[in-house]
Write a protein that binds this ligand. Structure first.
Ligand SMILES: [Zn+2]
Length: 435
């Protein structure tokens, strides 16, 4: 069996759609750098049709050009319509990899399009979008079947098949509502993969607590049918409602579980030992602490207290531990400053700021450099509203131009139509009760 399981992390696209939570563009950039450091196959890094994403997306693609991001492919997500593809490549000209999404279930075709579109229209729109992406020189084109788990399987096969004929490279099976179970995941994905013979992406949500289980069983279905599998994940299982399939859980399930261990091959670039740093940073950036019992990266993942377990683990770790904490990059003591601490932030001054960078062993060659980097660090703090991490400070130091770019968000304001009418009527310059 030569087929592999690859990983497409969607934290920066699906994860940031989480209600009440989000990431600053600088934080999304650091996550892309960390995913690359870990060798994750692909990062779905955002929305090229959304204006406030444009500088961030272009800035990150410049990091690819400069060989700062070398292993992880960056891919943009958009609706499966040609107009979105056109706009995406206009906004982000260096975009190479994309995912195009259309709803495929009867429920959504009727419930969202309200009778204005048929299933034939869905296929036609997708094929036009794929052809448009081909004409723009896209290298990886995935087609996403939204609500695939509630879609008619024969329609999914037709949808995937026609998209493939138009030039799509992958089919994404998206369990939008977290409806599927591992058995149906395997059976349905096996059937589609066997029929269409095209690499399959599996995208599971955790509404029933089975996202990781469905992901690995779906991937098994694809591999057993003779195609590559791409598991969609989010770091720490972030995502809408109950979240997406957790990155480290899926990796460990493939590498360590009874039916998968030594049987399935993952992307050879992936270095599991980077997950600890990535999980901690992501928890910090989202301001969502890791649950104490989070698989692999929770505080209790390697803690033993009961007499029999503690004694057994001390005699031989294999008695009560399935995998080693060192494999995950854990084990180093964390140094927490308990005395004086100088941080740098939006109102910080040059002295404190120099001290912070000295601790990172980064020097400024002249006053202008110091002042300019300080100014960027202040803006970064305005932007993240959290103390800056070492990775963020280093990124600002080494790539000040990209840092400035990704943090630049120009609000859209054009006084037309009703706004212009309000302006002309002097309503904008009148006092209104706001508070
Ligand atoms: Zn999703």
């Amino acid at each position: 069996m030569n087929n592999r399981i690859y990983f497409v992390d969607v934290t920066n696209r699906d994860g940031v759609q989480t209600s009440r939570l989000g990431l600053a563009k600088l934080q999304k950039t650091i996550i892309n750098l960390m995913l690359d450091d870990m060798g994750i196959t692909q990062s779905e890094f955002g929305f090229p049709t959304t204006s406030h994403e444009i500088n961030y997306l272009n800035g990150n693609l410049e990091l690819v050009e400069r060989n700062v991001i070398t292993k992880t492919k960056l891919s943009g997500w958009m609706r499966g319509i040609a107009a979105d593809v056109e706009l995406s490549f206009k906004n982000v000209p260096k975009l190479k990899n994309i995912n195009l999404s259309q709803s495929t279930s009867e429920q959504m075709i009727h419930g969202k399009y309200m009778g204005k579109k048929t299933s034939r229209d869905i296929i036609n729109m997708t094929c036009e979008a794929v052809e448009c992406a081909v004409s723009k020189g896209a290298q990886i084109i995935g087609v996403n079947a939204e609500d695939a788990s509630r879609s008619d399987i024969n329609f999914l096969i037709k949808y995937a098949w026609e998209a493939k004929k138009s030039g799509a490279h992958r089919f994404r099976y998206c369990d939008t509502l977290g409806y599927e179970d591992p058995k149906t995941a395997y059976d349905r994905i096996y059937t589609i993969a066997k029929e269409v013979q095209m690499p399959i992406e599996v995208h599971y949500h955790n509404d029933l607590g089975m996202a990781a289980a469905c992901s690995v069983m779906g991937a098994k279905g694809a591999i057993d049918a003779g195609v590559d599998a791409y598991i969609n994940t989010a770091i720490n299982g972030m995502g809408e409602r109950a979240g997406n399939a957790d990155l480290v859980s899926c990796l460990l399930a493939v590498l360590k579980s009874a039916g998968f261990k030594n049987k399935y091959v993952i992307d050879e670039n992936i270095d599991l030992s980077k997950i600890w740093k990535l999980a901690k940073y992501t928890a910090y950036a989202f301001r969502v602490p890791l649950p104490i019992n989070q698989p692999a990266v929770g505080d209790n993942a390697f803690a033993h207290e009961s007499g029999i377990h503690a004694d057994g683990a001390l005699k031989d770790r294999r008695n009560y531990e399935l995998y080693d904490y060192e494999e995950l990059g854990r084990g180093e003591p964390e140094i927490i400053e308990t005395g004086r601490m100088i941080t740098t932030g939006e109102y910080g001054g040059i002295k404190g700021f120099r001290n912070v960078y000295e601790n990172l062993e980064l020097e400024f060659k002249d006053e202008h450099e110091a002042r300019n980097i300080l100014e960027l660090a202040r803006y970064a703090n305005v932007h993240t509203q959290q103390p800056l991490t070492d990775s963020e400070l280093k990124f600002i130091y080494y790539y000040p131009d990209i840092a400035a770019k990704v943090m630049t968000v120009s609000p859209y304001y054009e006084p037309q139509g009703a706004i212009k009418e309000r302006m002309d009527a002097k309503l904008l310059t009148m006092p209104h009760k706001i508070i």
